[in-house]
Design a protein around this ligand. Structure first.
Ligand SMILES: [Zn+2]
Length: 303
């Protein structure tokens, strides 16, 4: 990506280095801890349902916490030569995130204007280890997530390293796609989709609720595709190979691929984000059409 000419967003909040400073009372942390898919936590209560909707990228936090093939850093793992480290590197990472977020702001402002609405951008919170959110405690182990309660995206940058080294999805555009997917959830929030589907899911048995979740996630992928479409049209940001990086990332975080990695088997009725093939297809669909109307995964007969 060539982001040098892009305006950095002013909506990035840097809470790195404050990790662990937001300790919650022990009795409350349980409910805020994400439940693994195996745990069947969905349906237990409103907050878990909400968390499940926000829950990003199909990472299974329980697997992480229990060491079951999770995504935490491995001993002896190198970060990779192109990853700057140290204070200057941190600033470079923040600058990258701010510019990517800036592109989403520009693009969604235009799309909302076409809908006759005004786009209110989300805040993007960078954190390390854990931080508080209106949706409860955000932990690095959860992967990036969007919280509708405070209209904020939460990202621990170590996820991007995992995306490259452990999930096999390297590249700056892969990272940008993850941000664009989260922004997609924010768009769903602004358009009322999140509150509608959260209510719907709370009335449904788990398997059906999971299917609604998959539809919500695939729509966020499709919205990320709309963002990619606009970048491609702009003609200055994308470089050769960027789109492939995005498609590869969408594929790497499909439920089937992740389950195979973490559990060694695939359980389709527990899917909450969609298969690799579906994620790639809906991202592509948004990218090719550039139209919000092409992303109606909630009513699509076939996902
Ligand atoms: Zn998502």
């Amino acid at each position: 990506m060539r982001l040098g000419g892009q305006r950095p967003s002013r909506n990035v909040q840097d809470r790195r280095g404050q990790g662990g400073g937001f300790g919650l009372p022990g009795g409350r942390s349980g409910i805020r801890l994400p439940m693994g898919r195996r745990g069947g936590g969905i349906g237990i209560g409103g907050i878990l349902i909400l968390m499940a909707v926000m829950w990003l990228l199909g990472l299974n936090p329980l697997d992480l916490l229990t060491g079951g093939g999770g995504f935490g850093p491995q001993q002896g793992e190198t970060v990779g030569g192109q990853r700057p480290t140290g204070a200057a590197g941190d600033d470079a990472r923040k600058d990258f995130v701010a510019r990517v977020l800036g592109t989403t702001e520009t693009i969604w402002e235009v799309n909302f204007t076409e809908l006759g609405q005004q786009y209110a951008p989300p805040t993007l919170v960078l954190f390390s280890d854990q931080t508080s959110s209106a949706c409860g405690l955000g932990a690095a182990a959860m992967g990036p997530f969007y919280c509708p309660g405070d209209r904020a995206i939460y990202i621990d940058l170590s996820f991007f390293r995992d995306l490259e080294t452990r999930l096999g999805a390297p590249g700056d555009f892969a990272e940008a796609y993850v941000i664009a997917h989260e922004v997609g959830h924010h768009v769903q929030n602004l358009l009322g989709t999140l509150s509608r589907t959260t209510a719907e899911r709370s009335r449904l048995p788990e398997v059906e609720a999971n299917e609604v979740s998959v539809r919500v996630e695939l729509q966020a992928d499709c919205y990320a595709g709309i963002w990619a479409h606009a970048l491609a049209e702009g003609g200055t940001v994308l470089e050769d190979g960027d789109i492939e990086e995005g498609l590869n990332a969408a594929s790497a975080i499909g439920d089937d691929r992740l389950q195979k990695r973490t559990q060694g088997r695939v359980v389709p009725e527990s899917f909450t984000h969609g298969t690799s093939e579906q994620r790639v297809r809906w991202f592509r669909r948004g990218m090719e059409s550039g139209e919000i109307s092409a992303c109606d995964t909630l009513r699509a007969d076939r996902l």
